[in-house]
Ligand binder design. Sequence first.
Ligand SMILES: [Zn+2]
Ligand SMILES: [Zn+2]
Length: 451
Amino acid sequence: MSTVRDLSRVQVKAAVRRAIENASDEIISLSRDIYEHPEPGFTEERTARAVAKALSNAGVNPETGIAITGMKGLRSFDGDGPTIGVIGELDAVKAPGHPGADPITGAAHACGHHTQVGALVGAAIGLGVKEAAATLSGRAAFIATPAEEFIDVGMRWGLRETGHLGLLSGKQEMIRLGAFDDVDMAMMIHTSSSKAQRRFIVGGTSNAHVVHYVKFLGKAAHAGGAPHQGVNALQAAMLAIAGINAQRETFEAENQTRVHGIITSGGVATNAVPAEVVYEGRVRGRTMEAVDKIASRVEDCYRAGALAMGADLEIVSIPGYLPLENNPDMARAFTRNVGAEFGEDSVMIQADHVNAGGSTDMGDLSQIMPALHPYVAAADGTGHGIDYVIADYRRAVVDSAISLALTVVDLLSDGAAEARGIIDSHRPSLTRSEYVQSQAARLRKINFRGE
Ligand SMILES: [Zn+2]
Ligand SMILES: [Zn+2]
């Protein structure tokens, strides 16, 4: 009599796929529900409750409240193989005017993260079948991470000042808290509006970055009656920005440098000289060394603006993200599964150096463990724009769930031989403690008196 142990890998995959297909309405509904209730990073309370409930229903009871709104649920298979993290991001970005935007906060799923959590839950459902339990070796960790979009810097800095956060993005903080200590490799799928005519895109990298939280501090005075008695912090900020713009001709093209920011407070009353102006900025580049070099010059520009006006300055330089390094063996496992499932021409392979200029905290994870961050071409519009919407929910949610789950099946079959091989041959650039220490060391507060 055959037992469940004698199942072929093909049969296990068929059972996993079938379970996800059967749950497709449920996981698409979850994603649509989250789309309707967008929440920016570290405030994803409702989103987290919905995801925790769905994971519990899938038989994975997650530990919640990690890094405020993050969670992690484990599914153990039969043998003692490694643990593969499957990740979904919880947070919305801000895009007022987006059809799914929250009218009060402006938060909107203009980056498609709501479909990632549907795929996460789908993968948890698929890998919950008895055929997987009996034949795979190791564990799957289903991890929902907060705050990938590095926005609302002032709010996050406040959470750090009051002891609620150590590092200021979701994956960064979950690494710091040890949530990835028992995870051996990690993967997720992000949506894309690429018109490459392929269902999935694998490979490429992303920019490193550093985050600046800057206060220009002047002195209020009557803007009509006594402007000479004031110190205009807005003029100081504008001179700083002009200085930054003057640097652009020095940026080397291959470095993919990006320097950009927003003024989140530009003064409080039109008839008073602005006494406090707050700027949230970003410096990005291909390597951390390149970022540091430009960031140092950008800091000089803040000083120059303050000096010109006699304003004071507070700069907080916050460790941002590290470049993404996709693990080639994980990429091969993923590509093989997607090719078998959706056709050999369903995957576009990007060279390692291809860098669209954005950044992700999956980059941080990829520096401490084997990691994979492919894209699913299921959206229309401009990323972070008001027209970025999911064009194909089935592809974004269900196809992604199937691709993630079947890749886990391969990695953990035959005593997790493939996963063990990947882990054995992988040389992370940082250990977990080195990562946490180096990020902590990168945080700097600089005060400058421009008088
Ligand atoms: Zn985004
Ligand atoms: Zn995103």
